[in-house]
Unconditional design. Structure first.
Length: 349
């Protein structure tokens, strides 16, 4: 069908416009096309004044490197896949933020795929990533799911796991969960409490298991039999419910909660029961939420360096991407720090 007079249609008489080419940038900057290619691909063998001149020409001309063509030449897509179990926790969000920042600094983009807790959901996430062009994958969830028979890792794609068992066959980067739990428990014992009760995370969580086992081991080293732990689900509501249970016991003078949200719920429960914090019961959390210093009383807690976890996970993954034949790192643990505030004190005489 022909366009009618006066109608709006494609003007076939005008040549199609194209964006500036690498050769255009080279002429503008007064360098070779090879030099422009090195700058576009992030190579280091370009003198800094020349690099800045090429970048200025790219910006002046509006040049955008062709990522697809660059990937065909280099075998790299400069993209990292992230599979995450949940976006709702403080630690996961802070870690993801750090991963995105560090990846961008290294010239990589991020493809995020949330996955449910079942093996089939994790397998589906892998399948979706197989359809994406990624150079490596970071997993932020419990790595015991990887051992399920219906999950196949993308062949030849490096993988790093966060929040997992250090005995995993894959490289693991995580906070030293056991150290943090020992710091929290020992702090309460050093204040003079005869024992420490524990509000744990879910029984299926590696992080919760590491914290729970380290709490019990620290008590055992002091010759103290650990009281039965109470399992929450990381939520403030579960901390409140279990705080009511513990607060009704006169022999409870110290509580270590496996995260700050559950600690906050427990503190609310203790207040409602008329038990002062820390006068009657001391409470320690884990994570050091930004709001923890504004709890009443301000919360003593274990600080995790999520930004360092994110930085090291990218660093570990990039080493595997750039040196695929090198032996992979097996476990990198980031130390924790006990932050003492006003929610802990010696027990009443």
């Amino acid at each position: 069908m022909h366009d009618l007079p006066g109608s709006i249609g494609p003007d076939m008489t005008q040549p199609a416009t194209r964006g500036p080419s690498m050769a255009d940038v080279a002429r503008h900057a007064g360098v070779s096309s090879q030099t422009v290619s090195r700058v576009a691909n992030g190579h280091s063998n370009v003198e800094e004044p020349t690099r800045q001149r090429v970048i200025a020409s790219m910006e002046a001309l509006g040049y955008r490197p062709n990522r697809a063509a660059r990937a065909l030449r280099s075998g790299r897509f400069h993209s990292i896949g992230v599979i995450m179990f949940t976006l709702s926790t403080f630690g996961n969000m802070r870690t993801l933020e750090a991963i995105a920042d560090q990846a961008a600094e290294a010239g990589y983009s991020i493809t995020l795929i949330p996955a449910g807790p079942t093996a089939s959901q994790v397998s589906g996430a892998y399948s979706r990533l197989n359809e994406q062009a990624v150079d490596g994958i970071i997993l932020i969830f419990e790595a015991h799911l990887i051992g399920k028979t219906d999950i196949t890792l993308p062949p030849g794609v490096p993988v790093v796991v966060i929040d997992s068992n250090p005995d995993s066959q894959l490289p693991v980067v995580d906070t030293d969960q056991a150290l943090g739990a020992r710091q929290a428990t020992q702090h309460l014992l050093d204040l003079g409490h005869r024992t420490v009760w524990h509000i744990s995370g879910p029984l299926t969580s590696f992080s919760a298991t590491h914290r729970r086992e380290a709490w019990a081991a620290t008590l055992a080293e002091g010759g103290i039999e650990a009281p039965p732990p109470l399992a929450g689900d990381w939520s403030t509501e579960s901390g409140y419910r279990l705080g009511l249970e513990l607060g009704r016991r006169d022999d409870v003078t110290a509580i270590f909660a496996a995260n700050d949200q559950m600690a906050l719920g427990a503190i609310r429960a203790l207040h409602e029961l008329g038990r002062e914090v820390p006068g009657d019961v001391s409470v320690v959390g884990f994570d050091d939420l930004e709001e923890s210093s504004s709890f009443w009383p301000p919360l003593t807690t274990v600080r995790q360096d999520f930004r360092e976890v994110g930085r090291l996970s990218i660093q570990t993954l990039l080493r595997s991407i750039e040196s695929p034949t090198a032996a992979p790192d097996r476990s990198v643990l980031v130390p924790t720090e006990l932050i003492v505030r006003k929610s802990t004190a010696p027990p009443r005489a």
